[in-house]
Design a protein around this ligand. Sequence first.
Ligand code: COA
Length: 315
Amino acid sequence: MKYAKITGTGSYLPKQVFTNADWEKRVNTSDAWIVERTGIKSRHIASENETATMMGANAALNALNMANVNAKDIQLVIVATGTPDKIFPATACLIQKQLQIPTCIAFDIQAACSGFVYALSIADQYIKSGVIKRALIIGTEVMSRLIDWQDRNTCVLFGDGAGACVLEASDSPGILSTHLYADGNYNDILYVDMPSGKEPCYIHMQGQKVFKLAVAKLGELVKDTLQFHNIKSEDIDWLVPHQANIRIIKATADKLKLPMEKVICTVEAHSNTSSASIPLALDIGIRDGRIKKGQTLLLEAIGGGMTWGSALVKY
Ligand SMILES: CC(C)(COP(=O)(O)OP(=O)(O)OC[C@H]1O[C@@H](n2cnc3c(N)ncnc32)[C@H](O)[C@@H]1OP(=O)(O)O)[C@@H](O)C(=O)NCCC(=O)NCCS
């Protein structure tokens, strides 16, 4: 049986760091409130030239280097983003051009903060079925262009960045399973309207509803994922969650009875970078030596839609 295996990861964070103290100067908030409610202390904010394409291409280059894969051998590029540079062409095509990847399959997907897990799942199907051998999966977001800089309810929560993975066909286990869900009945608790050219478009969120749904759905999701494989929490080496809020992350870890020492957390320094948050956390955990070859990782995310999903991965 063929598996899709993660053979390289990479990330890119904008140069500018924006702390809670910087937000205190702009809106009626406090470092204490933000840290207590979310665990966030700072986030990276993109400059004009740090676009979804630029950040995604840089993250992808780092992933290709780690995997020791030449860009010309990539057969599929999937970019998960809610903040593309253009409505079309897809950011995937712009990154393909930048990295000089020859003619291949390239497209963007939109599943909000669950985008990376969705992209991973799609690429997994292409590889497992033998259609392709090598894929590049990227989450890249310029959330700072979607926030209302006057709205303290949302502006402090989000940041910019990109993460990427190279996936290659392998005979040894890689992605063990993915589990994707969506329920459009919740479309109005977290959304951004289509730009009409008349009014600016911002993130709208009913924070408490999103919070409660996230805790409930992610709790079910991680338990179901373990049950699907008939494995226990002890079999998970690392939980690599979407980084929206430390309290949501802790609630999911608690559900698994997993100590926080086994959770890769970047929310304090990155805030919520939507579809970029999981590949960013994965890259950091791998590069600092915590995540080792052969370990079992549980990835999970929830986002606008509402969409949610998990992946069980042998690294
Ligand atoms: C957004 C969130 C942190 C708010 O925390 P909360 O405990 O639910 O807070 P509430 O929304 O009930 O607001 C409580 C008070 O804090 C205020 N407040 C909101 N944002 C604030 C800020 N940045 N600084 C200070 N006060 C703030 C509210 O106005 C409200 O004031 P009021 O009681 O005078 O009306 C929390 O709901 C959350 O994390 N939700 C999930 C968000 C998320 O993860 N989204 C992305 C999913 S992918």
